[in-house]
Design a protein around this ligand. Structure first.
Ligand code: IPE
Ligand code: IPE
Ligand code: MG
Length: 247
């Protein structure tokens, strides 16, 4: 990370929540004549670097899209490699997460994950539950449409049991039925790998997020690229639908 960039970040106006679609692992590997899984391996190291940097900078919420509901349709070999990588990540990074006062969180259909991944995930989530410096959220078997449909199903169930009425359903109450309950909406949604799409990520939550698309593929993404993204975010003017006063 360059100290020059660091001084260009206004620490008083840091984004509270950064969400990242970590894309481009497979293409990164293929470009090098490697198998896609090599890209995922390198991508795992980048997760560590970016998390460490975000924690040092003082980012409060970092949310990483690691596996989508649609990603189950990939070649079974790739899927099982990704699941093993996740299990290894949880074992290897457990101590670092705990020592750095990071709370691990997960969003998605966690029950779909292999038993070993699920056990390790829940164990680290429980052990880190009192940590307070940063919330690291992994989106695993996550799909925004399924999140929204599940929320509606829970609301209907609660409604039939008299726990919520039509008039009581507000935007705030609705968001409490999402996996992201209690989390602020992302200030930045960043996607690496050059594609300019959302791919079923946080559709409800990104209503007013600043979208940043970078060409670099995830295995090449560095802390200084994240700095650049934060600087870009700080250059933008967020209006949330209000008009900008010119006087
Ligand atoms: C992102 O990289 C990682 C996951 C989706 C698990 P990809 O695997 O999508 O890599 P590309 O986009 O095919 O290059
Ligand atoms: C989005 O990337 C999911 C993750 C990064 C985990 P994909 O590679 O699955 O998205 P598409 O297929 O390009 O839309
Ligand atoms: Mg991809």
């Amino acid at each position: 990370m360059s100290s020059e960039n660091r001084s260009r970040i206004d620490l008083e106006r840091l984004p509270v929540h950064i969400a990242i679609i970590m894309d481009g692992n497979g293409r990164w590997a293929n470009e090098r004549g490697l198998k896609r899984i090599e890209g995922h391996k390198k991508g795992g190291d980048v997760v560590d670097d970016i998390t460490t940097y975000a924690r040092q900078l003082g980012i409060k919420y970092l949310t990483l899209y690691a596996f989508s509901t649609e990603n189950w349709q990939r070649d079974p070999e790739e899927v099982s490699f990704l699941m093993q990588l996740l299990a290894d990540f949880l074992r290897e990074k457990r101590e670092k997460i705990l020592n750095n006062n990071i709370r691990l969180n997960a969003i998605g259909n966690i029950d779909d994950l292999p038993q070993l991944v699920k056990e390790r995930l829940i164990a680290v989530m429980n052990e880190s539950s009192k940590n307070s410096e940063m919330v690291l959220t992994l989106a695993l078997s996550y799909g925004s449409r399924s999140e929204i449909v599940n929320a509606v199903k829970s609301i209907l169930r609660d409604s039939s049991q008299g726990k919520i009425s039509v008039d009581e359903l507000t935007e705030q109450r609705f968001s409490d039925y999402l996996y992201t309950k209690g989390m602020p909406d992302p200030d930045i949604l960043l996607r690496t790998g050059g594609e300019k799409r959302i791919s079923n990520f946080l559709l409800y939550q990104i209503s007013y997020s600043e979208l940043i698309f970078v060409e670099k593929k995830w295995p090449d993404f560095t802390p200084s690229d994240l700095e650049e993204a934060i600087i870009e975010f700080q250059r933008r003017q967020r209006r949330f639908g209000r008009a900008k006063s010119i006087i």
